[in-house]
Write a protein that binds this ligand. Structure first.
Ligand SMILES: [Zn+2]
Length: 158
């Protein structure tokens, strides 16, 4: 896909939001629409369907939930990352490893199973519901990695 095709694909999406985007983006859309017949037709079709609504409050009503949904998704993403960091910090610093230096890795593995596994299941569920499949798979791989190799990894550094 070359640059012009990329712009064409983006413009096809953005035409529906044309009134909401900022001036620079509007300029890019206009430039492309002037050179692309397909987008010009699409824009005419969109304009036609918009006229009967008289005021554009209905199109605004579409935008607002979209924006708040995006904010919610970012909130979920940040939350899942912070909880993972918190649980891992608790596992590493909450145990008094000095008492049983020989059992260090075992204690670590046990803590990971007891504390990290249930949190990870809960967070993965949240991720699965709210976020993109790619992000879910990323976290799944990370969590399986922590469960399988976390204790070796951490004890290597401490
Ligand atoms: Zn186009």
């Amino acid at each position: 896909m070359n640059g012009e095709e990329k712009i064409h694909t983006l413009v096809q999406e953005l035409l529906f939001l044309e009134e909401e985007v900022d001036e620079t983006v509007k300029g890019i859309i206009h430039d492309h629409v002037n050179t692309c017949e397909e987008c010009r037709h699409l824009r005419t079709d969109i304009k036609k369907t918009e006229i009967p609504t008289i005021d554009n409050s209905s199109s605004k009503a579409h935008i607002t939930p979209l924006k708040s949904l995006r904010k919610l998704n970012i909130g979920v993403l940040v939350f899942t990352i912070l909880v993972r960091i918190g649980v891992l910090l608790y596992i590493v610093f909450g145990n008094s490893f000095e008492t049983y230096p020989s059992l260090f890795e075992d204690v670590l593995q046990a803590s990971i199973t007891i504390f990290y596994l249930p949190s990870a299941i809960f967070l993965l569920l949240l991720t699965y519901i709210f976020l993109k499949p790619k992000i879910f798979v990323g976290f799944l791989v990370f969590d399986v990695g922590v469960l399988l190799f976390g204790s070796q990894f951490i004890s290597y550094f401490i």
